[in-house]
Ligand binder design. Structure first.
Ligand code: SF4
Ligand SMILES: [Zn+2]
Length: 320
């Protein structure tokens, strides 16, 4: 890999990552590509309905090694009014809920992603909610975030990818960010009354299983140290082209579901904030037909209850 400054994304690596991608899905800029309501443990400790709307917008300009969020994005900026139309479309079809996440597969405060002229109406549409979560790269956190906060009736929360605090692995993920960048953004948000959710990777490339677990635990501690309130642990997965190549080279393998259980129970045990395991596509981590589904149910129960559930016992040899 060519040398880079520690916090600069590498354009050559970005081009290689992009060149290995399978095609994007067809999307309509006036329709969200998915939306649903599901229960989630709230900051106050209740399990409450949370609406999630996946907005279609221009692809994130970063090119992270593990990212597959570009699949449902456009190549160009969506027209003015498109984001408003998507939010209206989803909200008119979803049951009422106290919380909402507007996830845009990138950076909510990137003017090329969410046209700024749409924000006042989006803020009006969010008035019935108590909290609203949007996502953004730490380097794009700034005054635009506060302008949006000031328009909103719900409390604003921002989700940011910390990924890992392993400095060399974070650099090689090509996120164009150091842990210090994350800490700066987190400090800015906290000083301005905006809560923070962090996305953390379980077993990014270049780490073996045990290292993946230890660095996920260390990343959880770091996130809470810098003021994060909620951490979401995401098991790395293939599907974006470059991850398949890294696997073939021996530089990456998917984590074991038992490792996700271990990291989740460790994070909950810290009692410093909410910790969730991302269960999207969890079936891909099943290695035993007997205990795989039981482990997924255990993870789901721990997500909701934020307590450590009894371990799953199985004669396949898995277990924590
Ligand atoms: S910053 Fe987030 S959305 Fe953008 S490429 Fe990286 S992981 Fe994907
Ligand atoms: Zn088993």
């Amino acid at each position: 890999m060519p040398p880079t400054t520690p916090d600069a994304a590498d354009p050559d690596l970005g081009r290689r990552i992009a060149s290995l991608r399978p095609p994007k899905n067809a999307v309509d800029p006036r329709r969200p590509h998915a939306f649903f309501v599901e229960p989630e443990r709230s900051e106050e400790g209740a399990v409450e309905d949370t609406a999630t709307v996946f907005l279609v917008n221009r692809e994130c300009p970063f090119k992270c090694l593990m990212c597959d969020l570009w699949r449902n994005t456009t190549d160009h900026r969506v027209p003015d009014g498109a984001i408003v139309a998507q939010v209206e479309y989803a909200l008119s079809r979803l049951p009422a809920a106290p919380h909402i996440k507007l996830y845009n597969a990138g950076n909510f405060f990137d003017v090329q992603a969410i046209p700024p002229g749409d924000l006042p109406r989006v803020a009006e549409l969010l008035a019935p909610f108590r909290t609203a979560v949007v996502e953004c790269h730490p380097k794009l956190i700034g005054p635009r975030c506060l302008e949006f906060r000031d328009r909103l009736r719900p409390a604003l929360r921002v989700a940011m990818g910390l990924e890992t605090v392993h400095p060399e692995v974070l650099r090689r993920l090509n996120k164009g960010m150091t842990p210090d960048d994350f800490e700066r953004a987190a400090g800015f948000l906290r000083r301005n009354g905006v809560g923070i959710r962090a996305f953390l990777l379980l077993r990014p490339p270049y780490l073996d299983e045990a290292e993946g677990v230890e660095w996920a635990k260390g990343s959880l501690r770091y996130a809470f140290d810098v003021g994060v309130e909620c951490c979401v642990v995401i098991p790395t997965r293939d599907g974006n082209g470059v991850m398949e190549q890294l696997r073939a080279e021996g530089s990456w393998a998917p984590p074991r579901i038992e490792s996700l259980e271990e990291v989740l129970q460790y994070g909950i045990g810290l009692r410093r904030g909410r910790v969730f395991a991302d269960l999207w596509d969890i079936e891909k981590l099943f290695h035993c037909p007997r205990c795989g589904p039981a482990r997924a149910r255990r993870l789901d129960a721990m997500n909701r209850e934020q307590t450590v559930a009894p371990p799953v016992v199985c004669d396949c040899g898995g277990g924590v």
